[in-house]
Structures are given as C-alpha cells and as structure tokens.
Design a protein around this ligand. Sequence first.
Ligand code: 4AD
Ligand code: MG
Length: 462
Amino acid sequence: MKRSKIASLLATDTAVGTIVDVRGWVRTRRGNKYVQFVALNDGSTVHNLQIVFDMNKFNDEELKPITTGASIHVTGRLVESQGKGQKYEIQADTLEIYGTADDTYPLQKKGHTLEFLREKAHLRPRTNTFGAVLRVRSALAYAIHKFFHNKGFFYLHTPLITSSDCEGAGAMFQVTTLPLNELPRTDEGNVDYSQDFFGKPTALTVSGQLEGELGATAIGEIYTFGPTFRAENSNTQRHLSEFWMIEPEMAFYDITDNMDLAEEFVKYCIRYVLDHCRDDIEFLAEHYDKELIDRLEFVLHNDFVRLTYTEGVEILEKSGHKFEFPVSWGVDLQSEHERYLVEKHFKKPVILTDYPKEIKAFYMKQNEDGRTVRAMDVLFPQIGEIIGGSEREADFGKLKQRIDELHIPMKDMCWYLDTRRYGTVPHSGFGLGFERLLLFCTGMTNIRDVIPFPRTPKNCEF
Ligand code: 4AD
Ligand code: MG
C-alpha cells in the first residue's frame, strides 16, 4: 500500500472508513491487556495519530518492541475516535516494526528543556517543538521565493567563496588550501597567496550584496537567498556564525521604495505563516509564548514607524532610561536601544533611517548634510534589528572618495565601481536575516533553536 501522511489524513474526512497505511515514530504507548494505544508521529504535522491495537488480534510479544522512539508501519481502518483528544484513530490490522529504540533513547519523556535539546541537536527534529520550527522554516523559505517571483524579481545566485569584503567589518572566515604548518612565504616574508588555491586570499561571503548590485544594474530586480558567514565572536541569542540571508536589490528604487518593499515583504511572510502553519504556530504559542499570535497579527495590522537616526537618538536621550551602553549622536545603536524604541516608546516596528556615515558601510548613498547616509534598519519587538539596507551611492566620484577614505584597496573594487562608471542608476536594497525573522514568527528566543545545525563560536557539531 501507499503511505499516507498523517497531516493529510487529519486534514479532511475523505479517508475515514478506508484502510490506510501510516509510518512513523512512536511517541508513547499505553493501555491494558484488552487494548493498546500508540501515539504515532510522522513529522508531517505536530499532531500524533492514535493507533488502536485490539489485543484479540495482536499479542503482547508483538507489541513489546513498541517503545518511545521506535519506528513502525501500520495498516488499518481510519475511524472517528470515541476517545478524547483526537478526532480520528486507526484500528490496526497489520504491524511491521522497522526499528526499535531502547531506554537509552534520549527523548524519553516530554518537556525537555531547550538547553538539553541543544545538546541533542542531532535528534531534536523528532520533538514536537523542532518539528514545528523546521516546518515553519521550510514554509517561510517557500513564501520568500513566492513573494519575489510574484513581483517579477529574479533569483540571483551570488558566490559563497569570495575575494571581496562587502561589509568591510573584517569578520570573514578565510578559505585556503595552503599548508598551515609551513606557509609559503614571499621574499618580503608575507604569506605567498599566489600559491593558494585561487592564487589570492579568499573567504566565505558576509553578504551577496555587491554581486547582487551587478545583477540589479543589469536585469533590474533581483534577490539572493543563501548562507552567509560571519566570524564575529558574538555569543548572543541573535547571532550565528552561519546564517541565511535574503538580499533583494532593485534598480530605480530610492530609499522610500526600499522601505515600502521591506515592510510589504515582512508582512507577507508573517501572513503566510499565519495562513499556512497554523497548527505549528498554535503549538509554539501554547508552549513558549502566549502572546505570539497577537504579536504577529499586531505587526500585520500596523504601519511601521519611520524616523531618522537623529530623531531616534533624541528620543533615547530624553527617555531618562538607564541604558547599559550610554547613547549619544554618533554611537552605533545597541539592541537595548533598538528595543527601547520599538517596545517601550512606539510599541510598533520601527524603520530608522539616515545614520551617521562613520557607523555604516562604504556603499551607502551620502546625504547632502555630509554627515549621514541613506541607510535604513528595520527594528522589531523582541529581536531588535531584523533588516539592514540602504539606497546605494550611485555617483562614481562620491563612492570612489569614500572607498579611498576607508583605505579599501582599489584593485579589489574596480569591478564594483564599473556599475557606477558605466550607466549608473539610482538603486537600493536590503538584507533580511532569515533566522531573525524565524525567531519572530516562532516565538523562540534563542537563534540556535531556529536553524537545524547552528554554528556559533566554539560550536560546530555534525
Ligand atoms: O545589517 P547587515 O550586516 O547588512 C548587510 O549585510 C547588507 N549587505 C544587506 C544589504 O543591504 N543587502 O545584515 C543584514 C541582516 C541583519 O539585519 C540581521 O537580520 C542579519 O542580516 N544578520 C545576522 N543574523 C544572524 N546572525 C548574524 N551574525 C547576523 N548578522 C546579520
Ligand atoms: Mg546591520
């Protein structure tokens, strides 16, 4: 027989009364000598399907290996359940045991802490919580592609191994095949990268934006969606060393168009999750964050507040609030400042624009005031910064001057400057941290819990 997924059996009543074939992992078994009940989960939904074994048809020995974690295959009739807690159940006819799980199986009881499950990250997908998170993650990835395709954007594949440093922060993972114990040296004593695999220093990308701009200034509107790597030693609840980023880049967009797109985009994602992942979101809300659904609805139904960095800093200064990091014009905002604006002051998502140029990347469009650039950060409750972006400097002279001021080696930037040298256009883009969006949508608080295999400083399992 062909396997049915539990999600589809529970979704409609069309299979009721028919013989079905289900396969999955046992969550629990209980019962007495007349009847035994098995809660079966196959990962297609957070809900288990109850399998009823009539002990006139089965014997104790057959059912003995059915312990928590075992994998089984059952056929039987799907019927309406008389018991509480479930709509349908299966009256088992046949049983096949694929694999047993003895009492060393780490996920014996319910209600393990997230910390414990992080230690067992190879098995945690089998829990309800991580099943829910992984399904939401997959749905959201699909929604993102759908959103951009509906708008006529092209999906551009930017490289993961790169020879340029987009954000200029220097927090890159070097990629090399040179023997680290006996590095080849030039006559001056420097590492001789001409002997390295690519013949020059290379690293994992911190952002696909610069290559994204090459795409946007040719085919108009593009987005990237892929892994991104940052070797910052940040051990926080919101930083990963390997995370996924979505970076749209659009020709002929100014910063207002950019903000409009960012707002529409995140609202689309949230709507999609509410419409398509309801069971998982309800499960997560019940177990981790009672206000989750209200918060998602709230963001959907309110305009984001837009104000400048300068106005934001004024509000923070006047607030009288004691921040751990003092705030004044020119400082890079910490997440406590961002969250104050969003959670305490406006009680809405905020888009902050026009930051001091010193704290932002070289490629941002310079304002007439000579002090600020046309940056935009989208700040969210619980998360802080979820999106960073800007209108780009389209003027060749101004961009080159900024590159010189920051001592970025010009030979590395020639290709990028060609977009301004030939047929330059106003353009804009932003980057959304996929896992930060997932934190918001799932109510999880630690970013290690929304990616299957987290990479953080001193932690790279599997
Ligand atoms: O603000 P960032 O550094 O911006 C860029 O990389 C631009 N090149 C984007 C662009 O304009 N195309 O990063 C963008 C977003 C942040 O707002 C945050 O959501 C996420 O990426 N992010 C991280 N997420 C998880 N772990 C980290 N270490 C992250 N660093 C940034
Ligand atoms: Mg940023």
